[in-house]
Design a protein around this ligand. Structure first.
Ligand code: ADP
Ligand code: MG
Length: 561
């Protein structure tokens, strides 16, 4: 009744396996980080489910991960006593890639090994990384709380199909055995394995154990299991006790990233609310940054018990690139996603965390503008969603924004609103900007002629999100933002009396022409008028002050509005 089946991987899985084996080759030791992180997740899940059903512990609530190797059989085995899986769960979790972004991921691949490795890490195809070093992987598992006859054995050579079979398995949890490929003997070495574990998994809040190295040549007698990692949750330690490398390694663990983070902020908050946050800013944007629904940044813990991933209530969307951990002392342990919504404690933790991230960025901008510039390159477009999404922090976000402008005439976004204010002409009351589909279109717009002539700087906005930004940022430090393509051109006090007199005369002289043009264009335009905004071009189209700009109009049309 073991009911052994052979099933095929999804096509995407096959593709992915192939790719991974080749592109991750120079980072192959990460298979261990991924498998240990799965084992730790399984322990977290058991702890969480056991909060409401103590029987799941089956009398043994000491959770741990064990790592062993066998030189003769050429195997490495990772064993956990976490939640385990039922047969259907194995099929769903291991045989398919349930994540919706698989295809998008495959499309994002560049063929450049270093870049693709980075993507794979972020995509979190963790389990399959076993096939980088193994040509056969066997997974045996039993879900906590069910009888030993409900064990499951999954086996695959990573070549298109796998078998699945019901087995007898007494200990709950999961055991993954890797049969190493020819040439991967370096991993059959206790010290090498210990080194990798401490490198990536030192601060997993769970003991990882290995057999003591006996020293003699006869192995397998009465060696003791010993703990090889620190097993203290890093964020619980005082800041002064944490080394820079430890923060970096912890980041790689929570974010599944290969690169060091750009910056982080670690806070133990006391007082009315007690919580700890450890928040990281990655060096590079993930491939799915544009998927506004993919929130996977923050892990929520309550009193060091893992509660959930992707706690989207903890970070607004415009900070969706932030990674890290929040650990609350005030939330109830049995909190659910539903309770998290509109929860006052969560709301204040979120407000506090947002402040910390914005403060961190502001600090970076002040101290190290080059570093800030590299942040802006990766995440600037997302930050521009901020003023619209988070009006409470509008001022602070506005200080973090960077733009291209006619001052440098370069596509690189380096001009802050403060820079702009400091260069305003005497009598200038507005911050002028132009939006267009591309930087070049913005830069060469005829609308800019008069501004260039008068030496007035104009911000050149050409990101998709800019129209939305401009609509949600009416002013900065008391100076209104004004589109140069909208309404009557009003240069405020920048026009002197003489100019105005001259303009009146010109208008009188051209009245006849304007009437004729108006007649021949008829309904195609709202109004024809003499303009003073051009110096070289004969004519241009403008929209009324309160009308939608041409670009936004097109955007809405595209969206079927
Ligand atoms: P991720 O961890 O990002 O979900 P993985 O490929 O690492 O992706 O794992 C896929 C899924 O397989 C996990 O989400 C989990 O449901 C299941 N899984 C993997 N390893 C274990 C394990 N040791 N115990 C229980 N479930 C596991
Ligand atoms: Mg994983």
């Amino acid at each position: 009744a073991s009911h052994k089946e052979t099933l095929g991987f999804q096509t995407e899985v096959k593709q992915l396996l192939n790719l991974m084996i080749h592109s991750l080759y120079s980072n192959k030791e990460i298979f261990l980080r991924e498998l240990i992180s799965n084992a730790a997740d399984a322990a977290d899940k058991l702890r969480f489910e056991a909060l409401t059903d103590d029987a799941l512990y089956e009398g043994d609530s000491t959770l741990r991960i064990r790592l062993s190797y066998d030189k003769e059989k050429r195997t490495i085995t990772i064993t956990d006593n976490g939640i385990g899986m039922g047969r259907q769960e194995v099929v769903d979790n291991i045989g398919t890639i349930a994540k919706s972004g698989t295809r998008a991921f495959l499309e994002a691949l560049s063929g450049d090994q270093a870049k693709d490795a980075h993507l794979i890490g972020q995509f979190g195809v963790g389990f399959y990384s076993a096939f980088i070093v193994a040509d056969k992987v066997v997974l045996e598992t039993r879900r906590a709380g069910v009888g030993s006859e409900h064990g499951v054995c999954w086996e695959s050579r990573g070549e298109g199909d796998y078998t699945i079979e019901t087995i007898e398995k007494a200990p709950r949890g999961t055991e993954v055995t890797l049969h190493l490929r020819e040439g991967e003997e370096e991993f059959l070495d206790g010290w090498r394995l210990r080194h990798i574990v401490t490198k990536y998994s030192d601060h997993i809040d769970l003991p990882i154990e290995m057999k003591q190295e006996s020293g003699g040549d006869k192995e397998g007698e009465q060696e003791e299991w010993e703990q090889i990692n620190k097993a203290t949750a890093l964020w619980t330690l005082p800041k002064s006790e944490i080394k820079e490398e430890e923060y970096q390694a912890f980041y790689k663990h929570v974010a599944h990233d290969f690169e060091d983070p750009l910056a982080w902020t670690h806070n133990h908050v006391e007082g009315k609310l007690e919580y700890t946050s450890l928040l990281f800013i990655p060096s590079r944007a993930p491939f799915d940054l544009w998927d506004r629904d993919r929130m996977h940044g923050i892990k929520l813990y309550v009193q060091r018990v893992f509660i959930m991933d992707d706690a989207e209530q903890l970070m607004p969307r415009y900070l969706r690139f932030v990674r890290g951990v929040v650990d609350s002392n005030d939330l109830p342990l049995n909190i659910s996603r539903e309770i998290l919504q509109n929860n006052r404690i969560i709301d204040s933790i979120r407000a506090g965390s947002v402040k910390k991230v914005l403060g961190l960025l502001e600090d970076m901008a002040k101290r190290d503008s080059q570093k800030y510039q590299s942040f802006w390159k990766e995440f600037g477009q997302v930050m521009k969603e901020g003023p619209g999404e988070d009006p409470n922090n509008r001022e602070q976000i506005a200080r973090l924004l960077r733009f291209a402008s006619t001052y440098h005439d370069s596509a690189e976004q380096t001009v802050s609103l403060a820079d702009y204010l400091s260069r305003m002409k005497e009598g200038q009351e507005k911050i002028y900007y132009i939006t267009a589909d591309s930087f070049l279109a913005a830069k060469s717009s005829p609308h800019l002629e008069v501004f260039r002539k008068k030496g007035v700087e104009v911000l050149l906005l050409s990101d998709r999100v800019d129209e939305w930004l401009a609509a949600s940022l009416p002013e900065f430090e008391g100076k209104p933002l004004q589109s140069v393509t909208k309404g009557e051109l009003d240069l405020g006090n920048l026009e002197d009396e003489e100019d105005k007199q001259q303009q009146k005369e010109v208008e009188e002289n051209f009245k006849g022409l304007v009437d004729r043009v108006q007649k021949s264009l008829g309904d195609k335009v709202k109004e024809v008028r003499v303009t003073h905004r051009l110096t070289d071009s004969p004519a241009c189209l403008v929209v009324e002050q309160h009308d939608m700009s041409g670009y936004l109009e097109r955007l809405l049309k595209e969206a079927g509005q």
